[in-house]
Write a protein that binds this ligand. Structure first.
Ligand SMILES: C[S@@+](CC[C@H](N)C(=O)[O-])C[C@H]1O[C@@H](n2cnc3c(N)ncnc32)[C@H](O)[C@@H]1O
Length: 205
């Protein structure tokens, strides 16, 4: 019996996320995952994309949830989980050529989202790909009734948690040097946003 920490949402969304990551991470080598949770995404994506070396991370207090599943992973393309709080800068880890985070921007405070992009603005190299999964609002509106109810629930859990405005997050990404490549619709009214750090123009162009 599987007694590891488990998220049904991860099981549901992982094949749809994989389809996009296989395309946008095709030329990448190493992924820093922020807020890995139970490790279901890390183990599934690392197992499905053996060309990537996957670094799972989460808040130090969440490592006991993350570690057990990562320890059971049999492949060789997985780093041991590291503590990462996006607010504690500079981050104690390398920023590689790919980053992934799911269902985290609406949990952490918006000030933490700003810290995340500020760090990437300083540390990400041209060409770095950033993929972020989760619910977003557009034009100040929920994309569904269920997202509106989810946002109410989030506010009850913590006053700093909230579904983020796509435009606000994209503005942070732009100021960090990232251009939006894709905005993919996902099941259950979620999105998979993909940015790439601007690739420097060749000299003389
Ligand atoms: C809803 S869970 C999502 C976990 C996993 N990515 C998933 O999709 O199931 C939100 C995660 O954000 C993490 N988190 C919250 N604040 C954070 C911060 N400041 N820095 C890094 N991770 C944070 C939590 O520890 C938790 O694992």
């Amino acid at each position: 019996m599987d007694s590891l920490p488990f998220s049904q949402a991860c099981e549901n969304n992982k094949p749809f996320i994989l389809e996009v990551l296989q395309r946008v991470f095709a030329d990448c080598k190493q992924v820093l995952e922020i807020a890995s949770g139970t490790g279901q995404h890390a183990t599934f994506f690392a197992g499905s994309m053996p060309h990537l070396y996957w670094q799972p991370t989460d808040l130090a207090e969440n490592l006991p949830t993350l570690q057990p599943r990562i320890e059971q992973y049999a492949g060789e393309n997985m780093a041991s989980p590291q503590a990462l709080d996006v607010r504690s800068r500079p981050w104690p880890l390398d920023v590689p050529d790919a980053l992934f985070s799911a269902n985290s921007l609406h949990i952490m405070a918006f000030s933490a989202v700003k810290e995340l992009f500020a760090e990437l603005g300083l540390r990400a190299a041209p060409g770095t790909v950033l993929a972020v999964y989760g619910p977003f609002n557009y034009d100040g509106r929920y994309t569904s009734e269920s997202n509106a109810r989810f946002d109410q629930w989030l506010a009850q859990q913590h006053p700093d948690s909230a579904i983020r405005d796509f435009e606000a997050v994209d503005a942070l990404a732009k100021s960090a040097g990232f251009n939006l490549l894709e905005d993919n619709a996902m099941p259950a009214n979620n999105r998979l946003l993909v940015w790439q750090h601007s690739v420097a123009e060749p000299e003389g162009q």
